[in-house]
Design a protein around this ligand. Structure first.
Ligand code: ZN
Length: 265
């Protein structure tokens, strides 16, 4: 009986201690993000569009610098009709060519990257990623399920691309690519994103117009990163207008002012 109690309490202890190991370890999350990024890079067609690539090569480092974060930044332009962009934990960014015509200009690309980078700098989803990575222990079988049934589990193309990774990397991939941030995370990403673009030298008023275009382009069906928990277009535009005077003063003090930058053809 004693023995059984001992085993029981050991198991209980183990299950509790494995729960406590769920607290996010940034280096671990970044390592999985890097793995997923490299996998996406290997499996995707990298765009050869010279102007767009040059534009991304200009804007991405400016936004990275404006964020003040010391990540190991990397970015790529993926050839795909998807209206999408993301920044993984640790500063790995991707822009899909499908979003470029909606952006219309360089400032809107800065607004989009600003928003995505803010999700990474504010560590949104950290808890969720680390739970997914330790899915097997916690009984949240996201990691395992990603390997076995990823095709069914995934909602986005990129998630399906990575589902085969399995284990921690697969868990991370599912949690990242099919992620939904909370409404408050989205609002924070909008706020910081607008500041980042202003600090990077782009007219922050363009963020408001971008969301008008994004709403119109999606025809009510939101593109991947901008799924349902996002604030409504109206709320988002109202918020961005409220923050505009402050963003404008950041813009005026920025080392360079590019206005809207180049237009996207
Ligand atoms: Zn977002």
């Amino acid at each position: 009986m004693f023995k059984r109690t001992l085993i029981f309490s050991t198991l209980l202890f183990l299950s509790f201690s494995s729960c406590s190991t769920i607290d996010p370890k940034e280096s671990e999350i970044d390592a999985q993000a890097l793995k997923a990024y490299q996998e996406v890079r290997a499996k995707s067609k990298i765009s050869t569009h010279a102007e767009w690539t040059a534009m991304l090569n200009r804007v991405a480092p400016r936004i990275a610098k404006a964020s003040g974060e010391n990540f190991k930044w990397e970015w790529m332009l993926i050839e795909s009709p998807e209206v999408n962009a993301w920044c993984m934990p640790g500063g790995k960014m991707a822009v899909y060519t499908g979003i470029m015509p909606v952006l219309k200009n360089e400032a809107a690309l800065a607004a989009t990257l600003g928003h995505e980078v803010a999700h990474a700098t504010k560590r949104h989803g950290k808890q969720r990623y680390s739970r997914a990575m330790k899915g097997n222990i916690a009984g949240l079988v996201i990691g395992g399920a990603a390997a076995v049934g990823g095709q069914l589990l995934c909602k986005t193309e990129t998630c399906r691309l990575l589902a085969g990774l399995g284990g921690a990397a697969g868990g991370f991939a599912v949690a990242f690519f099919d992620r939904k941030f909370s409404r408050s995370d989205e609002t924070q990403a909008d706020e910081y994103g607008q500041t980042y673009m202003a600090q990077a030298g782009y007219d922050p008023a363009e963020a408001i117009k971008l969301w008008e275009r994004m709403g119109a382009a999606s025809g009510g069906k939101a593109p991947p990163e901008f799924m349902s928990t996002h604030p409504s277009d109206t709320t988002r535009r109202k918020n961005l207008s409220t923050w505009l005077p402050r963003a404008r003063s950041v813009y005026e003090k920025a080392p360079q002012q590019y206005g809207l930058g180049e237009s996207i053809q």
